[in-house]
Design a protein around this ligand. Structure first.
Ligand SMILES: [Zn+2]
Length: 507
């Protein structure tokens, strides 16, 4: 009785003593810089036994990148040890620095949880909030970091220090759910300036959609979790829909968010995690709003989207944990279905070749449905059975560093070793026709497979495919894959001849 009373009193004390976020302190009129936000996270850490601020590392511009852990479990707070029956949810805000409302919504959420609001959430979840995934971009009002890297598409190359430390954080906290919060501008050069229309969306949700993601996890996310999330956000008063890809012109086809594993959404899902992305509306600069560029309203939308997601994940904890645990374990054993699709792209949805979407006329606000070609079908090509291992015989030290950055396990050959392999011979390289302006140009190698015996030399690397990151590793290492490392800047290895990385048949 008295213990309950004391507990109630102490949460009451917390509730009264938690200061508003720096953004709330400006009456939602101006955005605090990254240091002020970090100071606020440290304040929450000091005030609450359920909050701990940890350093993930430092940005290219020398700014700290913190995470705030929120949990009722001391072993989670102190040692990042997850709990069997509680999903760990990791949330990333403002990875694009010019989409600031994610960082603000996450601080608000942290303040509320520390003050004892939404008590069911910390009873059922462990949270890792990375409110500022890109503090340089935050302070410089830039999409990129201080080195001009776009970390959002860097998850294969891991060129930027920020991407590497976010990947380290994924490894360290091993979340069951990853949530990536973005805002998407409705003003587009062609669609708006030349054609006079803007898209009309408040909240769009997408998921890890690469067809190589664990099948059951993908099915569950697509057919159970995402529809439920859209339903909940919509009934809370914010019109939510499935993400349709960026609409920049009236005569384009619409699809979904990209299939590539170069973004966080697919990268995390390839690791066997439920991965969800939100894009909330980033209002047009020219509009008239109660706060600068409607920032108070934008933060409200991100907060609502995040809160609905957390409540849903808490309600779905049991099936979600079972599926994500299984997806992370299954590659360690010789599973029945270990086929990977090397080619993935969008094609016409033959059952519904056209789709109508609402647009708003810039001049007078008139709303109208427009017809678009519907290229949302996911097309898979080139099935390849997962090898026993991959051998790496070129730039081995650089490759060893890159594998370690991904936390992919490998071994270094210590003495010459003969193995049966599928030697990959590139016979021709052509440019891919589907590249759009602004999208990195890809090349498509034509590959002949020769099964033969090869002697690996001392210092060559062997990457076993019996590890949780096996499918991710294979899709990055295999030159036939649409997401191979060799599509990235500084890795142009795709030349005619025997390829220096190849599948090992028996290992
Ligand atoms: Zn973004």
């Amino acid at each position: 009785m008295s213990a309950v009373f004391l507990l109630l009193c102490s949460s009451l004390v917390w509730a009264q003593s938690i200061p508003p976020t720096p953004f709330e302190q400006t009456k939602k009129q101006s955005l605090p810089d990254s240091r002020t936000i970090d100071d606020y996270l440290m304040t929450l850490d000091t005030l609450s036994p359920r909050a701990r601020r940890v350093a993930l590392g430092t940005s290219a511009g020398g700014r700290p990148i913190p995470a705030l852990l929120l949990s009722e479990s001391p072993s989670f707070l102190q040692g990042a040890v997850g709990e069997q029956h509680k999903p760990t949810v990791m949330m990333f805000g403002s990875q694009h620095g010019n989409e600031p409302s994610g960082a603000e919504a996450m601080q608000q959420l942290a303040r509320e949880l520390v003050a004892g609001e939404h008590p069911e959430l910390l009873r059922r979840l462990n949270l890792v909030l990375v409110a500022m995934a890109n503090p340089d971009g935050r302070d410089l009002s830039s999409r990129h970091n201080a080195n001009n890297d776009n970390t959002n598409i860097d998850y294969v190359a891991l060129q930027a220090g920020e991407t590497r430390l976010l990947v380290d954080a994924l490894h360290r906290f091993d979340p069951d759910v990853v949530f990536d919060a973005h805002e998407s501008g409705i003003w587009k050069r062609v669609l708006t300036r030349e054609q006079g229309w803007m898209t009309d969306v408040e909240a769009q949700f997408d998921m890890g959609n690469n067809p190589n993601i664990d099948g059951r996890l993908r099915e569950y996310t697509e057919h159970t979790l995402l529809p439920a999330l859209i339903e909940r956000v919509s009934s809370a008063g914010l019109a939510a829909v499935r993400y349709r890809g960026e609409i920049t012109s009236l005569d384009q086809a619409v699809s979904r968010g990209g299939l590539g594993i170069t973004n966080l959404r697919n990268y995390a899902a390839m690791q066997g995690r439920v991965s969800i992305l939100v894009e909330n509306r980033l209002d047009n600069k020219a509009g008239v709003y109660a706060t600068p560029r409607n920032i108070a309203e934008r933060v409200r939308k991100q907060h609502l989207s995040m809160l609905a997601m957390l409540q849903l994940v808490a309600d779905e904890a049991e099936p979600l944990l079972a599926l994500s645990h299984r997806a992370r374990q299954r590659w360690q054993s010789a599973d029945a279905d270990r086929t990977l699709w090397m080619g993935v792209s969008f094609g016409t949805n033959r059952e519904q070749p056209e789709i109508t979407l609402p647009l708003v006329r810039m001049a007078d606000g008139h709303k109208q449905l427009h017809r678009f070609r519907n290229r949302e079908a996911i097309v898979t090509r080139e099935p390849v059975p997962l090898a026993a291992a991959y051998a790496v015989t070129r730039e081995r030290e650089r490759m060893a560093r890159w594998l370690a950055h991904h936390h992919i396990t490998f071994e270094t050959v210590s003495e010459p070793r003969q193995l049966l392999v599928d030697r990959l011979e590139i016979t021709a390289v052509r440019k891919q026709s589907e590249a759009r302006p602004g999208v990195r140009e890809k090349v498509k190698p034509e590959v002949r497979v020769n099964r033969q015996s090869v002697t690996l030399q001392r210092g060559d690397l062997l990457v076993p495919m019996g590890q949780p990151l096996a499918p991710l590793a294979a899709l990055m290492l295999d030159p036939r894959s649409a997401n191979a490392l060799y599509q990235e800047e500084g890795w142009s290895w795709l030349q005619p001849g025997a390829f220096p990385v190849f599948p090992v048949v028996e290992y």
